[in-house]
Write a protein that binds this ligand. Structure first.
Ligand code: SAH
Length: 258
């Protein structure tokens, strides 16, 4: 990792997160490919290509493929929200993936459950050096001192939302084409994959495409709900009040870090 990153791809899962980023990019221009809008510009001295991933594994895989094959990025950062599964993974916390599994991949009995046919493994791991750098950055951005200082996160009012100081977790994120919104389903997922900290709908698909291209990537998810019977209630309010601010502050800190 001695060569500096020349061009970074930022994939956002939510329009609100992408907009927050575009609002601070001074010179972006838009190109449409495969029905997606790719925004090319600069931020904090770095070349950036920003795009909405779209929801679900196939949509996110298509977006990633176009980003990697047409835009010459040499690193991909994915930000979005997810349902918390692991004990102690609360709404408002952030999970940085060090492994990703497609929880709805099941070609058994031909292959073990969760294994990606042809790859011979179930979990894909982003490069450890990038994961560690991203985790350190997220910890700094969300530290009690940074939050108290206001700055980029001045509009996040955790107490008013009933949230406490966010914790940063590193571990397994699982993805599937399902919005998990019942305690019963999330229990079944944690029984099958006990290490899972969070569940969402794109990360492991982005990971598979990046794996095939040999592209370094990181997946960062703010916990918007607990993937239980209240998931649909918590969700929209949380994106507006917290997630888009975290996502922008984290991306800006990563870009500044170089
Ligand atoms: N209300 C949104 C739909 C979001 S779908 C809209 O109208 O556009 C949920 C998105 O958040 C997906 O991108 C998924 O990756 C993530 N997510 C958050 N909580 C989740 C959960 N409990 N289960 C699965 N995905 C979740």
């Amino acid at each position: 990792m001695n060569t500096p990153t020349r061009r970074i791809g930022i994939m956002a899962a939510m329009p609100e997160e992408l907009q927050a980023l575009l609002d601070v990019m001074p010179d972006e221009s838009m190109e449409r490919r495969a029905g997606r809008e790719f925004w090319v510009g600069h931020l904090h001295g770095r070349e950036v290509v920003a795009v909405l991933s779209r929801i679900g594994k196939v949509a996110a895989a298509t977006t990633t493929t176009v980003l990697l094959s047409s835009y010459g990025v040499d690193q991909v950062i994915f930000t979005g929200v997810a349902g918390g599964l692991g004990d102690g993974v609360r709404v408002g916390d952030v999970v940085v993936a060090d492994a990703l599994i497609q929880h709805d991949m099941d070609a058994s009995p031909l292959f073990p459950r969760f294994e990606l046919p042809g790859l011979g493994l179930a979990a894909l791991a982003p490069p450890a050096t990038l994961t560690t750098a991203v985790r350190d950055t997220v910890e700094q951005v969300l530290s009690p001192a940074s939050l108290a200082a206001g700055g980029a996160l001045a509009d996040v009012h955790l107490e008013a939302l009933g949230l406490s100081q966010p914790r940063v977790h590193q571990g397994l994120i699982i993805s599937g084409d399902q919005f998990i919104h019942s305690a019963q389903t999330s229990r079944a997922l944690t029984q099958a994959l006990p290490a899972a900290l969070a569940v969402e709908m794109e990360g492991a698909a982005v990971a598979q495409v990046c794996h095939d291209f040999g592209m370094p990537y990181a997946v960062i998810r703010t916990i918007s709900d607990r993937a239980d019977d209240d998931a649909h209630i918590d969700f929209p309010r949380f994106i507006d009040a917290v997630a888009r601010h975290y996502s922008l502050a984290i991306v800006e800190a990563l870009l500044r870090r170089g």
